[in-house]
Design a protein around this ligand. Structure first.
Ligand SMILES: C[C@H](O)[C@@H](O)[C@@H](O)C(=O)CO
Length: 470
């Protein structure tokens, strides 16, 4: 949940303010209470703003505590220049909220303040209604969560391990554009660091991890492309990534993988799956977004989605369209977090559905591919893509499906069985999707988060390109 500042704006005539201060206080108490009950941390202004000096000082106090979103609250007619002064000391996003109450002209106060902000080009959003309305509190929460997600990107570092894979232009973004639009720095690290560190990684930990995988997942050794030694090399790659993340303070990462590592070392499938998972053999941990093929826009989408949903994020190729069923096979070498198999907090429950198969012919270096089928449920799917240099969020609702065992197996066998799969029904006709979607990779989080994603995009200056059958 988010940190929300609440500052009530009042009338500048002292005799009027004196007469309505109690009314403002009661309305603000109710708002703060309902936001707190919804799980947000509420930082209230130390006083209602009834003078120009209070406008600045109260706003500075709230900003100094650190909030994701500030609600400027209009329960009464409020002098608009107080809003302008307060806004000048509030660097973050603003939400203007008025009551709709015939007794006191709060709505008029909001319209006058909003108009003044419009005149100077200060972005803000406006909501109105009674804090007893659950819908209103949800809407404020959507804006606050989006603001928190956007704020978390600013100042973050993306670790790019290796460069453009296999000529994939959609995996490469402009670092100046990232810095300007999202406030993200890109640290370039050579893949050699994975090789070097994987070999040096603690041998005892590698054995412990291998035995954990052997105990909880289904490991299909073949003595050639998948051996205990190769699995340990993949585990060592995960340990190398963890070291790099710690040493370089990386918030999210991408690994090129193909072709160098997949031909001459091992695939990064285990590393990428475990990084994205909320656990490893040592217990629970934070899920770390790591995109295969060093896909920068993929990783950026995933990082934004993670900060909105607070779950692992799916990364997948849009691999096949089963036109007879109108479902898509979202499938990618090893990348899917094993969490998606059952979406359980208990790793054993997810891993019981995971099969580690010897890598397929694309990847001569071998290692395990991380096969499973994503559990069913409603999903938000999308990706930040660029059209003529400008970012757009291609966004849609969908659901993952699964069928009886024979059908699942038969469908997965039509593409690359050994890789992880998700059968997705998209709220988009196939013709629309194939003619418009701007990449080979797509990303997904459980639930319908489109409202928050839309708001985050508006804060980021990213246009929306929504797909729907409606
Ligand atoms: C077959 C290739 O090696 C795969 O990596 C390819 O299917 C992709 O994942 C492209 O995103």
């Amino acid at each position: 949940m988010a940190r929300i500042g609440v500052i009530s704006i009042s009338d500048g005539r002292d005799y009027v303010h004196g007469g309505i201060a109690g009314f403002i206080r009661t309305a603000e108490d109710k708002l703060a209470d309902r936001l707190g009950a919804a799980g947000h941390t509420v930082i209230r202004g130390s006083a209602p703003v009834s003078t120009n000096t209070l406008a600045t000082s109260v706003a500075r106090e709230v900003a100094a505590v650190g909030v994701d979103l500030t609600v400027l609250h209009y329960a009464v007619w409020a002098f608009p220049h107080f809003t302008m002064l307060a806004a000048g000391s509030l660097p973050g996003p603003l939400l203007l909220l008025s009551n709709v109450d015939p007794v006191q002209p709060g709505m008029v106060g909001m319209l006058a303040a909003g108009g003044a902000l419009d005149q100077i080009g200060r972005e803000h959003i406006r909501l109105w209604g009674d804090p007893d309305s659950a819908e209103l509190i949800i809407q404020i929460g959507v804006h606050a969560k989006a603001a928190a997600a956007v704020a978390s990107l600013r100042g973050a570092t993306f670790g790019r391990i290796g460069g453009r894979p296999m000529g994939m232009n959609t995996a490469v973004a402009n670092t100046d554009q990232w810095q300007r639009q999202f406030g993200i720095d890109v640290e370039e690290i050579d893949q050699w660091e994975i090789v070097r560190r994987a070999e040096l990684a603690d041998a005892g930990e590698k054995v412990k991890a291998r035995e954990w995988l052997e105990q909880h997942a289904n490991v299909h050794y073949d003595g050639e492309k998948l051996t205990p030694a190769l699995l340990e090399r993949q585990i060592g790659s995960y340990m190398a990534m963890r070291e790099l993340i710690d040493e370089w303070n990386l918030d999210f990462t991408g690994i090129k993988g193909q072709p160098e590592l997949t031909q001459y070392f091992a695939t990064m499938d285990i590393a990428e799956a475990l990084l994205n998972d909320p656990y490893d053999w040592n217990g629970p941990k934070e899920s770390h977004v790591c995109a295969t093929e060093a896909d920068m826009d993929g990783a950026l989408t995933m990082q934004l989605f993670k900060q909105i949903a607070h779950t692992p994020v799916l990364f997948a190729d849009v691999r096949h369209y089963h036109s007879d069923r109108d479902i898509w096979d979202l499938c990618n070498s090893g990348q899917h977090a094993t969490w998606f198999a059952a979406r359980s907090d208990d790793p054993a429950e997810n891993l019981a559905r995971v099969h580690l198969y010897p890598e397929v012919f694309f990847f001569p270096a071998g290692g395990a591919s991380v096969h499973h089928l994503a559990a069913p449920g409603e999903m938000t799917l999308g990706r930040l893509t660029r059209k003529d240099g400008a970012y757009r969020m291609q966004l849609m609702l969908g659901s993952f499906e699964s069928y009886d065992e024979d059908t699942n197996q038969a469908l997965m066998k039509q593409s690359t069985f050994e890789w992880p799969h998700a059968f997705a029904r998209l709220d988009a006709p196939a013709e629309m999707f194939l003619s418009r979607f701007g990449a080979n990779h797509i990303h997904a989080i459980p639930g319908d988060h489109r409202a928050t994603v839309r708001t985050a995009c508006s804060l980021l200056g990213v246009t929306l390109d929504e797909f729907t059958r409606a």
